[in-house]
Design a protein around this ligand. Structure first.
Ligand SMILES: CC(C)c1onc(-c2c(Cl)cccc2Cl)c1COc1ccc(-c2ccc3nc(C(=O)O)ccc3c2)cc1
Length: 228
């Protein structure tokens, strides 16, 4: 049974998740009509940079996050940024954006110099997230659980992160039972997506290396968060 404080926690996180989105004027740039690989890469770089800024603001609203050791806060952000962006961009695909962002985002990702070996698992992931039909509370909590992963590189006080993550997992588990009563294994399916995200995050490191090989430039914020 979801307690009053768990409901309050879920509301804080969901409101913050909905409040911190890529500004529409940035998202609208996806609709520009240049589709060269360079143009697509530049647009995706702009989306990712904006998304990281949004992610930093969102994490400040996670109850308990700002009480963590400051260096651990940075380590959690660096370690989860790619996974959080896979989740957020997955919502664009499953939300079937009215403004047609879905098609152009897919087109630009497919034609931005990412090799086919990464494109396939990436879009399989997007499809598997879409099939879950997550409600927005589940999306917000799943992203929060991903950010609060204790075993990211360089995290010193893993116990403190684990306590926070367990709090969020407990709310998410109860929410899944409420939202998907006909599917008792739904929560387990959600956690299975987190495993898939780790794999994608490893692919991403190789994607970055291959872009850099072809002399692609990233923004200072992305260089900092991805150590490139
Ligand atoms: C640096 C660039 C080239 C990059 O490297 N890896 C990835 C990368 C890739 Cl290619 C896939 C997954 C994760 C990463 Cl980091 C990317 C592009 O990352 C993106 C991050 C966010 C979005 C994004 C998020 C939310 C959006 N919301 C709307 C909206 O209308 O609400 C519209 C567009 C959006 C775009 C798109 C690409």
């Amino acid at each position: 049974e979801i307690t009053k404080e768990q409901q309050a926690l879920m509301k804080i996180i969901t409101d913050a998740y909905n409040r911190h989105q890529i500004p529409q004027d940035v998202a609208k740039k996806l609709l520009q009509d240049q589709y060269s690989a360079e143009e697509n890469f530049l647009l995706l770089t702009e989306m990712a940079t904006s998304q990281v800024q949004v992610l930093v603001e969102f994490t400040k609203n996670i109850p308990g996050f700002l009480s963590l050791d400051r260096e651990d806060q940075i380590a959690l952000l660096k370690g989860s940024a790619v996974e959080a962006m896979f989740l957020r961009s997955a919502q664009v695909f499953s939300r079937k954006m009215p403004s047609g962002h879905t098609e152009v985002l897919e087109e630009r990702i497919r034609k931005s110099g990412i090799s086919e070996e990464f494109i396939t698992p990436m879009f399989n992931f997007y499809k598997s997230i879409g099939e879950l039909h997550m409600v927005q509370e589940e999306q917000a909590l799943l992203t929060t659980v991903t950010i609060l992963t204790p075993d990211r590189p360089y995290v010193k006080d893993q116990q403190a992160v684990e306590r926070l993550q367990e709090t969020m997992l407990d709310v998410l588990r109860k929410l899944c039972v409420l939202q998907h009563p006909q599917e008792p294994q739904y929560f387990a399916r959600l956690l299975g997506r987190l495993t898939e995200l780790r794999t994608l995050s490893h692919y991403h490191t190789e994607m970055l290396a291959s872009w850099r090989m072809n002399d692609h430039k990233f923004t200072p914020l992305l260089c900092e968060i991805w150590d490139v």
